[in-house]
Design a protein around this ligand. Structure first.
Ligand code: BGC
Length: 339
């Protein structure tokens, strides 16, 4: 019985290979002379500041691509509004419209298998970005990609902003001169790969760098400015005059903490973020944010578009990016502090 089942599976796999060769749908299909590329993009939330920055760059990259390559790029960008079912429907619509590639920022990164099932059935390649599916899902097909940025690297750089500041002028951080820097920590969504790793490595970097630290409290603000602001307001009341540093998993939460500090008239507290969003960079510039860690958004969006164009044209011309394991592109981070 078992061997019969095995035989059937083998036969169906063989048949699939023949079908792919015949229809030219495999990863090595013959390049078509495409005059236009249709790309379906779904964002987990259209109101996320970081993703809005990426979206803007993606639109710009598409325009540049059209001009330089003479190929029309139709970008269909949809907002999943934090709902995985809505996103699944959007994906079905993209496929029905005949999109060449899907660029998906999954609502629930652990539920990527449903998206992959749909994409594989339609032979439409998928580039996930920012919210990384688990390895098992990434390995299901050679036309699945991921564009992101390494969480640990961002956190180590964030921590090193604080370490450098402490070494240069400890009094800027240890405001009450008790020999300890008392901090609070604002975390992103618990299900996001970046939250846990950023939290762990920011704190570890402070310890490794010899900054004497004490955690007063911390909480999850789901990447959101308003949630972070509400938490910080409570903490400022609970620990009056004691908070010296606010470590934030992203810039939006850092800005929320600053909002609360301004409302409470709390001065001198240092705040660090990650992302280098437009408002985040402005806050570094005007001295409200001690520093952030930024990626080049144009490079990030450029990587998404290069893979999309490569897939849509049957990899006629190799993109200039190096993909780890043939499917991962991780954008490098850099520190941004005011000079
Ligand atoms: C960014 C956050 C963003 C989140 C969305 C993170 O990598 O740092 O700003 O809200 O991704 O998935």
């Amino acid at each position: 019985m078992r061997s019969l089942k095995k035989y059937c599976i083998l036969l169906s796999e063989l048949w699939l290979c023949v079908l792919l060769l015949l229809t030219g749908c495999g990863g090595t299909k013959k390049a078509e002379d495409k005059k236009s590329i249709r790309i379906g993009v779904s964002l987990y939330r259209g109101d996320d500041t970081f993703l809005n920055n990426i979206r803007g760059e993606l639109e710009q990259c598409a325009k540049d691509f059209e001009q330089t390559k003479g190929v029309k790029v139709v970008l269909d960008i949809q907002d999943a509004k934090g709902n995985q079912n809505t996103q699944n429907d959007q994906i079905e619509r993209f496929i029905a419209l005949g999109c060449d590639v899907l660029c998906i920022n999954p609502v629930d990164r652990t539920a990527a298998s449903v998206i992959i099932d749909k994409a594989m059935a339609a032979q439409t390649p998928v580039i996930f970005f920012n919210r990384q599916p688990v390895e098992e899902d990434m390995d299901r097909w050679d036309r699945i990609y991921y564009v992101g940025a390494v969480a640990r690297e961002s956190a180590v750089l964030q921590g090193s902003i604080v370490v450098d500041c402490y070494r240069e002028s400890p009094e800027r951080l240890d405001l009450n001169d008790d020999g300890v820097v008392s901090y609070v920590l604002l975390e992103g969504e618990s299900s996001h790969q970046d939250s846990l790793i950023r939290t762990e490595w920011s704190v570890q970097t402070l310890k490794d760098g010899g900054v004497p630290i004490e955690k007063l409290t911390g909480g999850i603000a789901n990447w959101e400015r308003s949630q972070a602001s509400a938490l910080m307001e409570q903490w400022l009341e609970k620990y009056p005059g004691r908070i010296e540093l606010v470590i934030c998993n992203n810039d939006d939460m850092a800005l929320g903490a600053i909002d609360a500090m301004e409302r409470a008239g709390a001065e001198g507290i240092s705040v660090v973020g990650i992302d280098g969003t437009t408002p985040g960079l402005a806050a570094v510039e005007n001295g409200k944010l001690m520093g952030t860690v930024s990626i080049d958004k144009a490079q990030y969006a450029g990587a998404i578009l290069a893979i999309a164009a490569g897939e849509a044209s049957g990899w006629e011309s190799e993109p200039e990016l190096e993909l780890e394991e043939g499917k991962y592109y991780q954008c490098p981070w850099q520190i941004v502090v005011k000079n």
